[in-house]
Design a protein around this ligand. Structure first.
Ligand SMILES: *Cc1c(COP(=O)(O)O)cnc(C)c1O
Length: 430
């Protein structure tokens, strides 16, 4: 370990030394020792089109030479305007007002503030939020509060505002109980709304896939019913698409795939193709209009030094361009994943709950330990995967793939072969 570095989510005392990466190209990371490994998790879900994509490289270089950054209060610039228009054009028509920031947690924090202040601004304050068990929305105080209480946030729990959590009706291949689970969940949500009819500022959810919880997938039909409930009780529906945005679910956005119009959407991670930190929170006119006033107290007093960084916006514009060109890849990857999961399912009885959503595939690896983030099988898989040339980072005992869209069919076949070898190493088949 370097004497001056403190790594994220890392217990320095017990963690193995971090692996030094020298360069990267497409799917591949080149390590300092010369080995090459396939980045099967898109470097923490940010990379979309492969590493060092020349089109994004060029867009950033061009923008850097022209305008690298400028204050975004009282000033504006073409990349921010163009990106806002292009995002709005791809999203449901009710989402019209784009607020820039620079990471996923902040995008969510801003959405929570917008939802909360909206009700204050119109003179009927509301103090509650509803969220889902297993939810992850970021590592800041507001976003931790709407996230499930976990090892990540436990130490801070006394500082977090109270949130009502409902079960997330996650499902998988061959699940026969999903309708019942959804009905129970919707019943609980309705009960909460009935109990506190004018108290909910909003309901926040990771639509279609809960990422950190272990790639837990829900059905579009559930989101549609949730939308109906939010309309019936007139509260805001917030979609945290920080991970699911930009093609991950097999459609450009989960809200489009589910045909649901949220009131607020949070985007980050893939927005720049994985090159630069950038985020947006996009709101409806209804929300925006409640801030639009001669009264200064109705202003959204929130901003960041790097708001709408032109380099990030230029990267995002280039990435959006590539997203249109790569559409067949992210819409068709689901078929490839399913074929390979079927092969693994037939070979390993220790694997269960197979699930696929667009470019994401996942399953549980069962051992004698309890399921969850601290299950050791994940760490073992990570270690063996590197030896087989693949970067995998299971979430506890959930092994998942989320490759960049540049991956070829041959490369994906090879990746699954390596997964098979890793599983042979770590699974006790006696
Ligand atoms: C990663 C993630 C966040 C937090 O984004 P950061 O950029 O890491 O702060 C929030 N919500 C979801 C759904 C995420 O996957």
């Amino acid at each position: 370990m370097h004497p001056n570095l403190w790594y994220p989510y890392t217990q320095a005392k017990t963690a193995p030394d971090p692996i030094e990466v020298k360069s990267a190209q497409g799917l591949w990371l080149e390590l300092a020792d010369g080995r090459k490994i396939a980045d099967c998790i898109s470097s923490w879900w940010v990379n979309l089109h492969g590493h060092a994509h020349p089109q994004i490289v060029e867009a950033i270089a061009r923008q850097a030479a022209q305008l690298e950054h400028v204050i975004f209060a009282g000033f504006t610039h073409a990349p921010a305007q163009e990106l806002a228009s292009k995002l709005v054009a791809r999203l449901p028509e009710n989402l019209t007002r784009v607020f820039y920031s620079d990471n996923g947690s902040t995008a969510v924090e801003v959405a929570l503030k917008m939802a909360y202040q909206h009700w204050v601004n119109i003179g009927t304050p509301r103090g509650r939020f509803m969220s889902f068990e297993g939810a992850y929305h970021g590592d800041m105080f507001g976003t931790m509060a709407v996230g499930t209480r976990s090892i990540f946030s436990d130490v801070f729990k006394d500082l977090l505002f109270e949130v009502d959590f409902c079960p997330y009706p996650d499902t998988y291949e061959g699940d026969l109980q999903v309708l019942e689970r959804e009905a129970n969940c919707l019943k609980l949500i309705r009960q909460n709304l009935l109990l506190h009819p004018n108290d909910y500022a909003g309901i926040i959810i990771e639509p279609l896939v809960q990422g950190v919880a272990g790639m837990r997938i829900c059905r579009p039909e559930f989101l549609q019913q949730l939308r109906e409930l939010a309309i019936e009780f007139d509260t805001f529906l917030i979609f945290d698409e920080v991970m699911t945005g930009f093609g991950r679910t097999g459609a450009d956005f989960a809200c489009n795939k589910a045909q649901v119009q949220p009131d607020l959407i949070c985007l980050s991670k893939g927005i720049t193709g994985g090159f630069l930190p950038l985020a947006v929170t996009i709101a409806t006119d209804r929300i925006y209009d409640s801030f639009y006033s001669d009264d200064p107290t109705k202003t959204l007093y929130h901003g960041h030094s790097y708001t709408a960084n032109p380099l990030g916006c230029a990267a995002a514009l280039a990435s959006l361009d590539l997203l249109s060109k790569n559409e067949p890849v992210y819409t068709n990857m689901e078929i490839w994943h399913r074929q390979h999961l079927a092969t693994l399912a037939a070979k390993y009885p220790q694997l269960s709950r197979f699930r696929v959503m667009g470019t994401i595939s996942a399953f549980d690896v069962n051992n004698s330990e309890k399921s969850g983030y601290l299950n050791n099988v994940g760490r073992e898989i990570r270690h063996h995967a590197i030896a087989h040339g693949v970067l995998l980072r299971p979430l506890g005992n959930v092994l998942y793939l989320m490759p960049p869209y540049c991956i070829t069919k041959n490369e994906l076949d090879w990746v699954y072969q390596q997964i098979d070898r890793v599983l042979e190493d770590v699974i006790d088949r006696s």
